[in-house]
Design a binder for this molecule. Structure first.
Ligand SMILES: C[S@@+](CC[C@H](N)C(=O)[O-])C[C@H]1O[C@@H](n2cnc3c(N)ncnc32)[C@H](O)[C@@H]1O
Length: 165
């Protein structure tokens, strides 16, 4: 069994997750090669990213529903996929103009056809395993971002796509 690397960082909670320097730098360090930032929000990253966000006011290359985007993407495969969706229905309504995440299971099933073998999926939310072994992913790193007080931590998982698992 491979060891999982844990990082624990204290940082303020932002509606646009990567606004805070510590978290933004952590995520930039995890990205490799061509990155698809599927729920890109407002924070620009210093990586080679294709940005998608359903909100027409977000600085993005595409403004499409995440699942529709993946299903119709005709381009090259990516080396990294970044998933930072609204973490709950309530958050969609309160923070992101009622814009809701696509059905997440279908999204996860569609991801491998657009990811290079050896590529990464980096997911922010409340779970440490997202893509999972059945889709041939192994967890390499977990980032735990502590926001203090009574605010829930944010968990980021870095999962690597392996063939023949
Ligand atoms: C947690 S925020 C992302 C914040 C971003 N990482 C940042 O630091 O700026 C979630 C984003 O997902 C977008 N979103 C929600 N549902 C979506 C969908 N179905 N397809 C694409 N984007 C969606 C929202 O507009 C919102 O900008």
């Amino acid at each position: 069994m491979r060891p999982i690397i844990f990082t624990h960082i204290k940082c303020p909670l932002h509606r646009y997750t990567f606004r805070g320097k510590a978290l933004r730098e952590w995520v930039e360090q995890q990205c490799e090669g061509r990155v698809l930032n599927l729920f890109a929000g407002k924070t620009l990253l210093q990586v080679d990213e294709v940005r998608n966000d359903l909100d027409p006011d977000a600085p993005a290359d595409y403004h499409r529903d995440a699942l529709e985007f993946l299903r119709s993407w005709p381009g090259e495969k990516f080396n990294t996929m970044l998933l930072d969706p609204p973490y709950s229905y309530r958050k969609s309504m309160e923070l992101y103009k009622g814009i809701r995440c696509s059905p997440f299971r279908r999204l996860k099933d569609t991801i491998p056809s657009h990811l290079e073998i050896g590529g990464k999926v980096i997911t922010f939310g409340y779970h440490s395993v997202v893509m999972g072994k059945n889709r041939a992913f192994v967890v390499e790193k977990i980032g735990i971002f502590s926001h203090g007080g009574t605010i829930h931590d944010t968990i980021a998982s870095v999962e690597r796509y392996r063939s023949g698992l």
